[in-house]
Ligand binder design. Structure first.
Ligand code: CTP
Ligand code: MG
Length: 248
């Protein structure tokens, strides 16, 4: 990618302010170690690995920004990459909004990447960046589903939930991050869509509600989100395989 010729300056916003309730008790999820290194550092390096990304904004747990700043100071990033740390909010949507608001004026394209997806390959990051630079207002990496999905009528815990519908699996995609945006589009989405309840779990969904087009690029199995304890086992195995392969 010839970013020298590009009129774009691209930043990555990394929401890392969640607790990680589903992962179980312990430090905030983004600070939990993977192969001895905090998950957040893996995620920051994954964004910085793309030559197009010149700035990384980490959205830290609300009371943890100074600690996260120290952590980033202690871990080397490529020289071309600057970073900033801002405190996050109550929901992912709020945390992303706070990160986007901290972007300098000259940033024209924004990646939003979950700290909880530490192992996304650079090829996926580059594919998203490229589609944004080519003019797509919103780009999401996604994969076909393995499981069939049912829509249900939620009931109290323990009560059987009636199935309402079975969407055709071939038409569904599981979306990952980094999601890429034209900066103005992402900002408009956040200013138009007030965070309610849990907030949006996906920035592209907010852009869809604005009526702007969202396109898919191929996602990657290794871009999975570390959500539950078993995901940590998988992440450690992926890292171990990478380290073994690098040894050759
Ligand atoms: N996130 C955030 N601010 C919040 C909530 C979530 O920045 N208030 C971030 C998380 O740190 C994570 C990403 O959004 O990198 C995706 O969210 P998720 O996987 O749900 O992480 P958590 O909210 O931490 O996990 P859980 O829902 O199990 O508590
Ligand atoms: Mg969450």
């Amino acid at each position: 990618m010839s970013e020298e010729a590009s009129p774009h300056r691209t930043a990555a916003v990394i929401p890392a302010a969640g607790r990680g309730v589903r992962l179980g008790p312990g430090a905030p999820k983004a600070l939990r170690a993977l192969g001895g290194t905090p998950m957040l550092i893996h995620a920051v390096r994954a964004m910085a690995a793309s030559r197009a990304v010149s700035l990384v904004v980490v959205v830290a747990p609300p009371d943890g920004a100074p600690g996260v700043k120290n952590l980033l100071d202690d871990h080397a990033l490529p020289e071309r990459t600057d970073y900033l740390v801002v405190p996050g909010g109550e929901t992912r949507q709020e945390s992303v909004r706070l990160g986007v608001e901290a972007l300098p004026d000259d940033i024209t394209a924004v990646l939003v990447h979950d700290a909880a997806r530490p192992l996304v390959p650079v090829e996926t990051v580059d594919a998203v960046v490229e589609a944004v630079h080519e003019g797509a207002p919103a780009v999401v990496p996604a994969l076909p589903l393995a499981d069939t999905v049912k829509q249900v009528e939620p009931r109290e815990k323990g009560e059987p939930e009636p199935v309402v519908a079975t969407p055709e699996r071939a038409l569904l995609r599981a979306v990952q991050t980094p999601q890429g945006f034209d900066r103005a589009t992402l900002q408009r989405a956040h200013r138009t869509m007030p965070g309610v309840g849990e907030g949006a779990t996906d920035c592209a969904g907010m852009v869809e509600r604005l009526g702007a087009p969202v396109v898919i690029v191929p996602g990657h199995e290794e871009a999975f989100k570390v959500t539950r304890p078993l995901d940590l086992v998988l992440a450690e195995a992926v890292l171990a395989r990478r380290r073994a392969n690098d040894g050759f």
